[in-house]
Design a protein around this ligand. Sequence first.
Ligand code: NIG
Ligand code: FE
Length: 394
Amino acid sequence: MATAAGNGASAGAAATIDGGIGVAWHDDGSIVFAGPVDALPWHPTIGTPERGCLVPGFVDCHTHLPFVGWRADEFEARLRGVSYKELHGGDGGIFRSARLFAAASDDEVLEFSRPLLHEMATHGTTALELKTGYGLSVDQELRAARLARRLAEEARQTCVVTLLAAHAVPAGMSRQEWVRAACTELIPEAGRRRLADAVDVYVEDIAFSIEDLEAIATAAADAALPLRVHADQLGDSGTAAAAARLGARSADHLNHCSPEGVSALAGSATVAALLPASTFFLRGRPAPVRSLRDAGVPIALASDANPGTSPVVSMPEVIAMAAGVYEVPPLEALTATTVNPASVLGLADRLGTIEPGKRADLVLLEETSFAQVPYRPGHDPVVATIVGGELVPP
Ligand code: NIG
Ligand code: FE
């Protein structure tokens, strides 16, 4: 039986309690006791499974929900040799998802996204990020944030909304024109209306520059919103170091992060959010996990759930890909999918570990060893998910 250790982002491993863990919580879902089962203050009501492993609920700190529609044909085209950048340049990719989003009604977007949130819950995700980014205009981005807030209110999970203020340069606008609109209209308006909890930027040669990132970081700070950054995914642009310098909560992807980028992250409070599923689907270069670990950079693992590069919503699947593609050992993956992403989302004081005062967000796994999760990809290891003390129905 295992619980993740520590408070806030940690580069350390998980602590385990063998021989039976008991967790008790109040009606409001807050934990009052976590420790050896013999010391439980009252009789178990949810159950006493013969075997298994109880871990904190998974926290998915990087998703692109809400969106509407899949892009499996692009996945097939990539397998025939067309590159992600070519699809992006040819009206596909992010632009296609933006067209689908603009053409769909609010209800259609919600009806598409809702079952994915439920699927996440049944696979053990008890808190997650929702991100805009398929709006590509001030009005549509604000609409995406509003729909994300709607989903967050309905969902059993704790959800945090990130405004991906710069994802692709909208047609008919220059990069500079969009960054100006994002900084002077979109971010201030989202801040005023409390539609977002953080701001994100996609820095890439097909998207935005470090200069754009700096402008957006200033606008985010003015709106009192923390920063997240898509960094060095398709090439090394020095963005990991910029994210660290700007005090971003996380630098995400990091496939092409340089040794200088690793050092900069090590000297900062920025968490490395790694997304092995998109690396797997793009057959991309793996992030420098060993260097990050050796430098003591805290690592989070997330799904990057999106219709283009990662149609994956299951954290057990992500943990399996983290093992297969990134060589992340099981208990390190547990820390990277619970306490560390909770800190990326600013939720570490409320969830991410099993301890008194935190929310009873728990996952019961069928085997006693957490290693079973990455060991059997494709097999669902989750017996039960408990969110805020309540069992998620299958
Ligand atoms: O995180 N990198 C940019 N955004 C997404 C992909 C978005 C898409 O293709 O729809 C990502 O991989
Ligand atoms: Fe992403």
